[in-house]
Design a protein around this ligand. Structure first.
Ligand code: F6P
Length: 343
């Protein structure tokens, strides 16, 4: 058997340990393994490299992806999907492990539906892939964000300021909720619960009136207001091959809006790509490892169009069709529960 591996979408810490584990297991089975560079772009351009244990052995602690990545969508331009199918043949692949978030997994599913032997592995720091408790990269993002929040408390307090901390997460507030809660944020805003500027401003003024000298709020990059007006200028921004607008920077605009409304001296810190860069946490390293081992089991069982996943303490398989028919957003009940700490 000749197995290909690719990583698509945004990079995430833990990808290299996933690739490394897949290589170890595939070699152990006596099969051959090749890496496809830059996600689906590598299959479009027939760009690959042979992988071996000696090449991946020391990558367990490295962030990013040694295979590089891109947001290439072979179903966007006419003929690209055919080219991918042809190159799959040319590369003599018997199976492919596609590691990615919902966009990469959607492409994997479409190709599997056309008969290609593909299995998926869930990766995204956003943690919004359904039917797996965690995705590769989320834990590291929460760790880095929490450390940043811990640090930002001290400067905010020293200057008696309002600090707005923006974290990535696209349409899901998982990173904001997890790091904001762990970091003792005074308020957390997420895309799942549209905010009311007036209410946020009043909350901050009340906090101040109660004797609190500073406030720190965590905002997810895709927050939006209740009234439907969009102060963040998304309409002027470019979209990627999957139709997603480029986010990032709302923290600055939001900080300005709040400063004007409350009269409080305000600063914003946009954590941006920092939270998905650098060494993965031990959890992400091992998550990547076990998800890869499970993915190779799926190949052995010829369970195409399935994804490895973590449920509780067990590594399981779920079919991609079901995964992609759902969304995984922060439930309102969870948000309401942690409102207890917004004070
Ligand atoms: O989907 C992962 C993610 O990190 C999002 O949280 C973020 O909006 C996006 O990628 C950023 O993408 P890029 O690296 O292409 O700017």
């Amino acid at each position: 058997m000749r197995i290909g591996i690719l990583t698509g979408g945004g990079d995430a810490p833990g990808l290299n340990s996933c690739i490394r584990a897949a290589v170890a297991r595939v070699e152990d089975l006596g099969w051959e393994v090749i890496g496809i560079r830059r996600g689906w772009a590598g299959l479009l351009e027939n760009d690959s490299l042979p992988l071996s244990w000696s090449l991946v052995e020391k990558t367990v602690s490295l962030g990013g992806t040694m295979l590089e990545t891109s947001r290439t969508n072979p179903f966007k331009r006419e003929g690209d999907d055919k080219r991918v199918m042809e190159n799959f043949e040319k590369m003599r692949l018997d199976a492919l492990i596609a590691i990615g978030g919902d966009d990469t997994l959607t492409v994997a599913h479409k190709l599997a539906q056309r008969g290609l032997p593909i299995v998926g592995v869930p990766k995204t720091m956003d943690n919004d892939v359904p039917l797996t408790d965690y995705t590769i990269g989320f834990d590291t993002a929460v760790n880095i964000s929490t450390e940043a929040i811990d640090r930002l408390h001290t400067t905010a307090a020293s200057h008696r300021r309002l600090m707005v901390v923006e974290v990535m997460g696209r349409d899901a507030g998982w990173v904001a909720i997890a790091s904001g809660l762990a970091g003792g944020a005074h308020l957390i805003l997420i895309p799942e619960v549209p905010y009311d500027l007036e209410e946020v401003a009043n909350f901050l003024l009340e906090r101040k009136a109660k004797g609190n000298t500073y406030s720190l709020i965590v905002v997810s990059e895709a927050i939006h207001p209740k009234d439907g007006t969009e102060p963040f200028g998304y309409e002027k921004r470019e979209v990627d091959a999957f139709g997603h607008v480029r986010l990032g920077g709302v923290g600055h605009v939001f900080a300005e809006l709040l400063e004007r409304k409350t009269g409080m001296e305000t600063r914003a810190t946009v954590l941006g790509h920092l939270i998905r860069s650098g060494p993965p946490t031990p959890f992400d390293r091992n998550l990547g490892t076990y998800l890869a081992l499970k993915a190779v089991e799926l190949i052995k069982e010829k369970k195409w169009d399935y994804m490895s996943a973590l449920r509780g303490t067990e590594y399981i398989s779920v079919d991609l069709g079901t995964v992609l028919s759902q969304t995984k957003r922060v439930p309102i009940e969870l948000y309401n529960q942690i409102k207890l700490f917004f004070r």
